[in-house]
Design a protein around this ligand. Structure first.
Ligand code: CP
Length: 320
């Protein structure tokens, strides 16, 4: 595997899940595979889970790891070609990428949506430059539009906790004080469409996700109706994707607290498990009671980030 950004990059999903559970049973089984190989993890944005779980995954495989926080200690990077660099940016990404690539075998990059241009964000301008100019395998550690390591971990978690075949999985928008990217909901929708689940998306009008990710999912604007009989509830905020009104891209259109996931909504589910990728704003996205309930999976879900990252790095090492 040379690039990991989509569910399709893993091939047969059942094979990938079997590999995940094999690694979960013995996470050091492939500890020789990465000997004398180096993973470079580049962060343009903050992280707790992705940073730690991916580092741990690389160590499970015997790799060396270098972590770079671009905005803390490195030169500020210009990303646009043609800019006269007379400002605060000392280095261009077009030199920085091949230099960084020369020190490693596999590169992971986190670079969120900037909300300056929908075209740039959905064109994955930053990550595509890493793919084009590094000459190394590149995996997405949350880009402008996708977060595949998270969605793979979410799928592993659903497989572990499902109590019936083809469970009903509901992804719900929930309020948040700041504008957040659509990477997590986009990927989750993409991965659920590929999985053997009954998938429903619910959000207020105006928050329609890009059709390439929504796929065949059912979209239900009435949150309570969407929650009926759900086995898993996946909560997430996202800002306006700009599908119906491009001028609203990246805006917060609603802070309707009636969408906060609480006992009222969970009561109409099939005793659903609650999921969220974390970090989460309590009592905005979800109430204390729901996130602390025995049906909450937020901690096992985060723990499975180590497993999804180990499978992805293993696949990349095997293809070197
Ligand atoms: N869920 C997730 O990616 O967490 P971090 O932003 O802390 O890495």
């Amino acid at each position: 595997m040379k690039v990991f950004k989509s569910v399709t990059d893993l091939g047969d999903l059942n094979v990938a899940l079997r590999e995940a559970f094999e690694i979960k049973a013995d996470r050091f089984k492939y500890s020789e595979l990465g000997r004398n190989k180096t993973a470079l993890l580049i962060f343009f944005n903050n992280s707790l889970r992705t940073r730690l779980s991916t580092q741990k995954a690389a160590m499970n495989l015997g790799m060396n790891v270098i972590v770079l926080d671009v905005n803390q200690g490195a030169w500020k990077l210009e990303t646009e070609r043609g800019v006269i660099m007379d400002g605060d940016k000392s280095e261009h990404l077009l030199e920085a990428i091949p230099v960084m690539a020369s020190y490693c075998d596999i590169i992971g990059v986190r670079s969120f949506a900037r909300f300056e241009s929908r075209e740039d964000d959905y064109g994955e301008k930053i990550l595509n430059q890493f793919i084009q100019y590094s000459g190394k395998p590149v995996f997405f550690m949350e880009s402008a539009t996708v977060h595949p390591l998270q969605s793979f971990a979410d799928l592993i978690t659903i497989e572990e906790y499902k109590e019936r075949p083809r469970p009903k999985v509901v992804m719900t928008w929930a309020p948040h004080p700041k504008a957040l990217p659509q990477a997590v909901p986009n990927s989750f929708a993409e991965w659920m469409n590929a999985a053997d689940v009954d998938f429903v998306i619910t959000h207020p009008e105006g928050y329609e996700l890009d059709p390439q990710f929504v796929g065949d999912a059912r979209v239900e604007y009435d949150q309570m109706k969407a929650f009926e009989g759900a086995d898993f509830v996946y909560a997430k905020n996202w800002s306006c994707p700009g599908v119906t009104r491009p001028e609203d891209y990246g805006k917060v259109l609603s802070q309707d607290m009636s969408w906060t996931v609480g006992e009222r909504q969970m009561a109409v589910t099939n005793n659903a498990h609650f999921m969220h990728c974390l970090p989460v704003r309590r009592n905005m996205i979800v109430t204390d009671d729901v996130i602390e309930s025995p049906r909450s999976l937020v901690i096992p879900e985060a723990a499975n980030r180590e497993i999804s990252a180990t499978v992805v790095l293993k696949r990349m090492l095997e293809a070197l």
